[in-house]
Design a protein around this ligand. Structure first.
Ligand code: SF4
Length: 172
């Protein structure tokens, strides 16, 4: 077993109105060597070789694994954090055990182009999505933090076009 134990901490994001928590798990063991294999198995959103880190998209959350830390950007409570961390621990240990059968991936995922996204948005800057402008919303889509569904003004045809455009990127 590669990863045996971790200790988790929670903090509130800087926005005072935010309802969610951020979670960081400090790992007892170093998992840096498993990250390229996990990049293959879990279709990582972004892999960085040095220092090693792997970002995953999971149910609308961004999870970043470093050699001795795991950060989760949004959790509603400790119970949800525990479920995600235990799932990750299992994936890390299973992947490490089977690593000789897995081709590691050092691929850095390309991100969707912000202007390609923006041209499909209504560009009214109405703020109904909670963002100050359509450009900010386009950046968040490109980063994988928002989806076309989060723009109530987007018409069906452009929504489908945008969803099809985003599908070609890893783990979207
Ligand atoms: S809801 Fe849509 S149209 Fe309005 S600001 Fe957000 S992205 Fe732009």
């Amino acid at each position: 077993m590669l990863l045996k134990r971790y200790r988790k901490e929670f903090c509130r994001p800087p926005n005072p109105e935010a309802q969610h928590l951020r979670c960081v798990a400090y790992l007892n063991e170093n998992i840096g060597n498993v990250l390229p294999y996990l990049n293959t198995v879990l279709k990582g959103h972004q892999y960085i070789k040095n220092p090693p880190s792997l970002t995953l998209k999971f149910n609308g959350k961004l999870i970043t694994l470093y050699s001795q830390e795991i950060g989760i950007n949004i959790v509603k409570d400790e119970d949800e954090a525990d479920k995600i961390l235990e799932w990750l621990k299992q994936e890390i240990n299973d992947t490490w055990k089977k690593r000789r059968e897995i081709k590691p991936s050092f691929e850095v995922a390309q991100k969707p182009d912000i202007l390609n996204i923006l041209k499909l948005l209504p560009k009214t800057n109405c703020q109904e999505c909670g963002q100050p402008t359509c450009m900010v919303f386009a950046i968040l889509i490109s980063e994988g933090e928002k989806d076309p569904e989060n723009c109530p003004q987007l018409d069906m045809q452009n929504k489908i076009t945008l969803q099809n455009y985003l599908k070609q990127f890893i783990n979207r």
